[in-house]
Design a protein around this ligand. Structure first.
Ligand code: ATP
Ligand code: MG
Length: 607
């Protein structure tokens, strides 16, 4: 409706967000134009209705010169058939406009939502790891589901109302001006009052909507944590705690929603009161100043003026929808605007020989002050195997995460074939590395597709089977109901810990990268699975540069070099025999594992 009378800061930022949203409309401009024409047709039909009424009243009141001088037959025809015929024509005209407007606008807004949702999802694929550390899954998911829906509301319903009702107001207003501009200008006097009311309410709606979004995120967060962790919840009797947590989040959401409804519920009648008071004044004026206007003129004028409050009310209600949409868009854009993982390297190599050197590497997690890695240096020659051992939290996984550049390090260097990993393009760098993470991640798909994931997805079946064979996974896959075609369930729930680990190893093997980084899971394995994984490893490490992070020291006795880490530093290095003879950290670790086996497997599964 009226432009914001006070260019407040909030209003300008809303405008910026709205214009940015409109930028997404560019591919749909043609369809948008069609729908605009449709709504113009629709809106133009409104004053036509008033026009027909004027004609009817005037004719009934006092047959015009045309009908007076014509014979009774044609005069009757004009009134009896002309008006109904005109009505049908105008309604048809209105219907065509309504269809064109609604249908094409829906195509535009649905297309816009689709693009926005994809932009949001694609940004997830390129956000740095730190972003995921700092934002909880619930909020990220609720952004794709809830926030996008809010924008849909603004894009579909709100644009429709703004255009259709806005044009209707303009057409009716034009008609009123044309009929009697003096009277109409009196009406204009109330518009600033309405304008002020709308801007004030908008700001309130927007603030409330952002709060609702946050509570929606909390809800999703609690629900997804409970769903993922249902076993822990049940075995530790966390039902009451989770139930309370969810109830609080849900109550919070309900309260915020209710507050929003209260604002809009008090605001609409107030606005209506203002409009109708103005109408009342208008009525007095019309009757007092009727002058030489005919009855038809007055009826048509009042009818058209009476048609105004409805679109104006709809326009005022749309404000809350738009504010919700803007709040949604604001949160969506804040994610899209996040810097993606830095990818400034230019070097791309077909294949590297696999010499991995770490020089004086220190690292602090963003947002923390603790030095997780402290001047680490070592080198692995092609084909060698180096093992990292150390207490839980000593920084082993962190080191493994720095090689594929999951985090950016400022101090020291990581070199592959003498080239700094920062100089490779991200994609190319990661092609040279096969990584088995500490927490095995499987997708809810078949065994075969889990082994051949991502770039490997078009691997021939034979290669997949060979990889499974080499990872000693064949043994259990063949016993699954559908073999390689068995669905593994969400994150592989249908499989045992050791089986999942072997699938992850098969995936890494299929990749056949020159450098293999293996972050062994800390979960307890029975001797049988341990032997299988041991065998798989023996085969894997041949002809590859391998960095193994081992929790079971039996795994690494054959390593060319063992590095013992403690509090981010390498405190000992050497072969198994040398380190045992040294009688230092390693010897102590070894004694705890083999002397008192019960003390094994205490480390919690950290990232
Ligand atoms: P484990 O043997 O239990 O797997 P680890 O040696 O792999 O332990 P890391 O996961 O590297 O240990 O963690 C080293 C330190 O870094 C820990 O103190 C941990 O609290 C911290 N840390 C790990 N991940 C993050 C993160 N994303 N943000 C901030 N600090 C982290
Ligand atoms: Mg770890």
């Amino acid at each position: 409706m009226t432009a914001a009378s006070k260019p407040a800061k909030a209003a300008t930022s809303s405008l910026r967000i709205y214009f940015r949203l409109l930028g997404y409309l560019r591919p749909f401009l043609g369809m948008f134009a069609i729908s605009l024409v449709g709504y113009m047709i629709f809106a133009s039909s409104q004053p036509m209705m008033a026009g027909i009424l004027k004609y009817l009243v005037d004719e009934l009141n006092e047959p015009s010169s045309v009908t007076r001088h014509a014979n009774a037959f044609t005069g009757d025809l004009d009134l009896t058939y002309g008006v109904p015929l005109l009505l049908v024509i105008v309604v048809t005209w209105q219907g065509v406009g309504s269809f064109l407007g609604n249908y094409y606008l829906a195509r535009v807004s649905l297309g816009l939502i689709h693009d926005l949702r994809r932009a949001l999802f694609d940004s997830l694929l390129h956000l740095p790891n730190g972003y995921f550390d700092q934002h909880n899954t619930g909020h990220l998911i609720s952004r794709i589901t809830y926030d996008v829906t809010m924008v849909t509301g603004a894009a579909t319903d709100a644009i429709k109302v703004v255009i259709r009702e806005g044009l209707t107001v303009i057409f009716l207003f034009g008609y009123l001006l044309w009929m009697n501009w003096r009277l109409t200008l009196v009406m204009v006097a109330i518009l600033p009052i309405i304008g002020v009311m709308v801007t004030r309410a908008s700001r309130k709606f927007r603030r409330q909507s952002l709060k609702i979004q946050a509570t929606m995120g909390d809800l999703t967060h609690v629900a997804s944590e409970t769903i993922q962790g249902y076993r822990v919840v049940r075995s530790f009797g966390g039902e009451n705690y989770e139930s309370t947590r969810f109830r609080v989040a849900s109550e919070d959401n309900t309260a915020k929603q209710l507050r929003m409804v209260r604002t809009s519920a008090t605001y609409t009648p107030a606005l209506q009161l203002v409009t109708f008071s103005a109408m009342a004044v208008l009525l007095v004026l019309v009757l007092a100043l009727r002058g030489d206007a005919s009855a038809g003129d007055l009826v048509a004028y009042l009818t058209a003026a009476g048609m105004l409050p409805k679109p104006i009310r709809q326009l005022s209600e749309v404000s809350s929808t738009i504010q919700k949409g803007l709040a949604g868009a604001e949160s969506i854009f804040s994610q899209i605007d996040q810097e993606p993982e830095p990818d400034n390297g230019r070097i791309e190599k077909q294949r590297v020989s696999g010499r991995l050197e770490v020089k004086d590497l220190s690292f602090v997690y963003p947002g923390s002050t603790a030095r997780v890695l402290d001047r680490i240096s070592f080198a692995i020659e092609p084909g060698q195997m180096v093992a990292l051992v150390g207490r839980s939290g000593s920084g082993k996984s962190t080191l493994a995460n720095l090689i594929p550049r999951f985090y950016h390090h400022d101090s020291g260097q990581i070199l592959i074939d003498g080239i700094d990993v920062e100089d490779f393009t991200l994609r190319n760098l990661r092609q040279h590395l096969a990584l088995v993470t500490q927490q095995v991640v499987l997708f809810n798909d078949t065994v075969a597709s889990n082994i051949a994931y991502g770039d490997l997805s078009d691997s021939p079946r034979e290669a997949i089977e060979n990889a499974a064979e080499a990872a000693f996974a064949r043994e259990f896959i063949d016993r699954l109901p559908d073999g390689f075609e068995t669905m593994v369930g969400e994150n592989g729930v249908m499989l045992s810990g050791g089986q999942r680990q072997r699938l992850a190893i098969a995936r890494a093997l299929l990749k056949d990268a020159p450098i293999l980084i293996l972050d062994e899971a800390t979960s307890a394995l029975d001797t049988e699975s341990e032997r299988h994984i041991q065998n798989a490893l023996d085969r894997v490490i041949a002809a590859r540069t391998t960095l193994v992070i081992a929790h079971r020291l039996s795994t690494i006795e054959k390593a060319d070099l063992i590095l013992v880490m403690d509090q981010g530093r390498i405190v000992e290095r050497g072969s198994h025999a040398e380190l045992l003879a040294n009688d230092g950290h390693y010897a102590r670790l070894h004694a705890t594992q083999f002397g008192e086996p019960a003390a094994d497997n205490t480390p919690a599964a950290a990232g």
